[in-house]
Design a binder for this molecule. Structure first.
Ligand code: PAF
Length: 282
C-alpha cells in the first residue's frame, strides 16, 4: 500500500494499472477512517482489481463557521486501516495540490441541493461536487463508493455523474452503526461522554420512523412529528431538520406514495450529526 501526495503520482500509478488491464475503484474520504469507510473499501476491493482511497479534508465544502480547522486527522491510523482492508493507494494531497493559486472553476447543482443539508450548509454541495469531480478526473475510476449515511450527497453525486456523462458507476453502501445504534461518523469523536449517550436519540428516532412506516403509516407529518417529539425529549439535542423527501428530487412530500428518504440532522451540543432511512429498505 502506497501513500502519494500529488496528482501526477496518482495518474502514473493508475496508468500502470490500466496498462495491465486492471480495474480501479475509488473511495473518496476526508480521512479519520472508521468502520463505515472500511465497509466502502471492502466493497471496492471486492468489485475492482485495485482500490484508491482519497484522504483529503476538502476546505471548499466547509462554511465559514464550520469545523474545518478542528476536523480530526490521523494519516497513520488511516494508512493502517486501508492496508488492513486491502486498499492499494492513498491519495493524500495538500490543499494547494487540489486548489492551486487562481483556482476558479466549480461544479454546482441547482436541483437536489436546495433541501436538507443544502439549506443549512449553503456552500457544502458545490464544494463536494467540485472536489469529487476533480477526484474522478484524477483517478478515472471504474466505480466510486459512497455511504448511504450521507444520503443527499449520494443522490447529488449520482445526479452529477448522469448530468455530466461521467464514465463510472456510483455505488451506495449501507450505514454502519455502533453496537448501540449510533451511525459511525468521524464527527462522533467531538462528543463528550454525556453527549455520546444523548446522541443515541438520532438512531432511536430513525428506528421509530421505520416502525411507523412498517406499520403502514403513510402520512409524512405524522411520522416526522412522532420522531420530532422523541428527539425533543433529549435535553442536549437541537433539531436542524426531520424530513421526509422524494428520493428523486429531495423535495418534501406530504404522503409516502413513492420511494422516499427520511433524513434527520440534529445538533448534540455543538456537534451536528445526521442519520436517515430509505423507505424502500424498511
Ligand atoms: O463524504 C465525505 O467524506 C466527503 O464529502 C467527500 C465525498 C470525501 C468529498 O470531500
Amino acid at each position: 500500500m502506497k501513500i502519494v501526495k500529488t496528482v501526477a503520482e496518482v495518474r502514473e500509478q493508475v496508468r500502470a494499472w490500466r496498462a495491465e488491464g486492471l480495474t480501479v475503484g475509488l473511495v473518496p474520504t476526508m480521512g479519520y477512517l472508521h468502520e463505515g469507510h472500511a465497509s466502502l473499501i471492502d466493497a471496492s476491493v471486492r468489485d475492482n482489481d485495485r482500490t484508491v482511497v482519497s484522504d483529503f479534508v476538502n476546505p471548499m465544502q466547509f462554511g465559514p463557521t464550520e469545523d474545518l480547522e478542528t476536523y480530526p486527522r490521523d494519516l497513520d491510523h488511516d494508512a493502517a486501516l486501508v492496508e488492513a482492508h486491502g486498499g492499494d493507494l492513498i491519495f493524500n494531497p495538500e490543499p494547494g495540490e487540489m486548489y492551486h493559486e487562481g483556482f476558479s472553476s466549480f461544479v454546482d447543482m441547482t436541483v437536489l441541493t436546495q433541501e436538507l443539508c443544502g439549506l443549512s450548509r449553503p456552500v457544502h454541495f458545490r464544494g463536494v461536487c467540485t472536489v469529487v469531480s476533480k477526484l474522478f478526473n484524477i483517478v478515472t475510476p471504474d466505480r466510486a463508493y459512497f455511504g448511504k449515511k450521507d444520503a443527499q450527497q449520494l443522490a447529488v453525486i449520482k445526479h452529477m455523474v448522469d448530468d455530466l456523462n461521467m464514465p463510472l458507476e456510483i455505488i451506495g453502501c449501507p450505514i454502519i452503526r455502533e453496537d448501540d445504534g449510533l451511525a459511525k461518523s468521524s464527527r462522533n469523536t467531538y462528543l463528550s461522554a454525556e453527549e455520546r449517550q444523548a446522541a443515541l436519540i438520532l438512531s432511536k428516532s430513525i428506528k421509530l420512523g421505520m416502525e411507523l412506516v412498517k406499520k403502514g403509516e403513510t402520512d409524512s407529518s405524522k411520522i416526522t412529528g412522532e420522531m420530532t417529539k422523541l428527539i425533543e425529549s433529549e435535553p442536549l439535542a437541537k433539531i436542524d431538520y426531520v424530513k421526509l423527501v422524494d428520493l428523486a428530487t429531495m423535495q418534501q412530500i406530504p404522503a409516502l406514495d413513492r420511494p422516499a428518504l427520511c433524513a434527520i440532522a440534529v445538533y448534540i451540543g455543538k456537534t451536528r450529526l445526521i442519520d436517515n432511512f430509505f423507505t424502500e429498505d424498511v
